[in-house]
Ligand binder design. Structure first.
Ligand code: AAL
Length: 431
């Protein structure tokens, strides 16, 4: 009996110390594997330790470092060759380019072209606009197109969509085109103004025309294809910047509307981006119940990326100057913040109409500069931007986060633009 007890005690002691050893090793291993302080080497996964909200968010992006982020890029700009702007006298303007498409060895682009006897007088003077005098840069405009072999030198071809006779929709101006290719037909979506922009606001619906070839001829397909919202809805009075993409086997047209503004309180406006979906390019379009799908942005741009849709969200709103991504094409999250962004960006997007679920991204496109002239001789120019927002390219230069402007760029944005203030510092005390 005594021997048995001794053996039991020895076994119990061995097992107890083994368990103790195991726990202390696990504890030590746990200490080696999971630090209690954020580590020097950037973790690829979010560490299981208390994190600040900002550091927590770092792991919600494509990668914790911007330089490794497929949806981050710098932008490089090139002046285009082949477009004449009448020596910058403000009578010729080109802006709001469509995405270029590549057909039979050539790139095609459509854009707003204004060619008027005098420069625009501004939308606050819309009441003085006439059939000769434009109110805004996009008033009394038509949709022209150009072709290029390389995306840098372009040859203007002529008008694609001219202004129809009054009172047809768009008789005052047709502008801001975007292209869709669907079942081997070409569709141009564009804004159609029936009054000088600025008279009551920048108010217009969207029309669509179609053709069998990118050179036309274009047949009118319908007006107000994206219906305005009911009175009191956010998009009750305008649908701008139509942007069609083929996604989930249907035509997804993203569009902008400006709300919360009245003609007399223009500076109180807000901008949102809606989504309307159809089986047929001419409609009927059904609006997404979660509209506006983006709370920020202006001439917003979209492209298929992986299984979802990415968007340039520029100029307006708290989330301006970001690239956002929606796995479902609807619920967008910020993917990166960007700088020196292409205004009215229109990227060359080979898979925009292929109904892809493996969107490869973009490397170049066209955009515009609306301040090419002076306030008295206002006009816009189209330019090219290049970037690396592609899963198939890796150009580290584009992934640098520092964008350094010359001091003159900053000094040009001087206090004088704020007007004179008692303090002379351009800051006005709140009453
Ligand atoms: C553009 C676009 C729409 C607006 C005007 C012309 O940048 O947002 O088209 O109506 O400005």
């Amino acid at each position: 009996m005594r021997t048995l007890l001794t053996i039991y005690k020895v076994y119990f002691g061995i097992i107890t110390s083994a368990i103790f050893l195991l726990i202390s090793c696990q504890k030590e291993k746990k200490e080696i594997l999971e630090p209690t302080v954020f580590p020097f080497t950037m973790p690829t996964e979010k560490p299981n330790i208390p994190l600040s909200s900002s550091t927590e968010r770092m792991f919600s992006y494509d990668t914790p470092r911007a330089q490794d982020n497929e949806l981050f890029s710098q932008f490089k700009y090139t002046r285009l060759k082949g477009f004449d702007y009448s020596n910058g006298d403000g009578t010729v303007s080109r802006r709001d380019p469509s995405r270029p498409i590549f057909i039979d060895g050539e790139y095609y682009v459509w854009y707003t072209k204004r060619h008027t006897q005098v420069p625009p007088i501004g939308w606050s003077h819309a009441k003085e606009a006439t059939d000769i005098i434009p109110s805004t840069d996009w008033d009394l405009a038509e949709i022209w197109y150009a072709k290029s072999k390389d995306g840098f030198t372009w040859k203007e071809q002529g008008v694609a969509i001219s202004r129809p006779e009054k009172p047809k929709s768009g008789w005052r101006s047709v502008c801001t085109p975007e292209i869709l290719i669907w079942k081997n037909k070409y569709y141009l979506y564009y804004q159609a103004f029936d009054e000088p922009s600025g008279l009551k606001g920048d108010l217009c619906p969207v029309s669509v025309s179609y053709a069998d070839t990118p050179n036309g001829p274009w047949t009118h397909g319908g007006d107000a294809v994206i219906p305005f919202g009911k009175k009191g809805d956010w998009d009750q009075q305008a649908t701008h910047d139509p942007f069609p993409i083929v996604y989930n086997g249907k035509i997804h047209v993203y569009y902008k509307s400006a709300y919360n503004k009245w003609p007399h309180k223009r500076d109180k406006y807000a901008v949102g981006q809606g989504l309307a979906i159809a089986d047929n390019p001419l409609g009927p379009y059904k609006k997404h119940p979660l509209n506006p799908v983006l709370s920020s942005g202006h001439e917003t741009t979209y492209f298929p990326f992986k299984e979802g849709i990415a968007a340039f969200v520029l100029k307006d709103g708290n989330e301006r100057e970001t690239i956002q991504y929606a796995k479902d094409g609807v619920n967008f999250e910020i993917a990166s913040s960007i700088s020196l962004t292409p205004t009215a960006a229109a990227p060359f997007t080979p898979d925009a109409f292929t109904n892809t679920k493996d969107g490869r991204g973009i490397t170049w496109g066209l955009s515009h500069f609306v301040n090419a002239g002076t306030p008295e001789k206002s006009y816009s120019i189209i330019a090219r931007f290049d970037c690396d927002l592609s899963l198939d390219y890796n150009e580290p230069t584009y992934k640098k986060t520092g964008v350094w402007h010359k001091p003159e760029v900053y000094f040009e944005q001087g206090l004088e633009s704020l007007g004179k203030h008692p303090e002379g510092r351009g800051v006005q005390k709140k009453e």
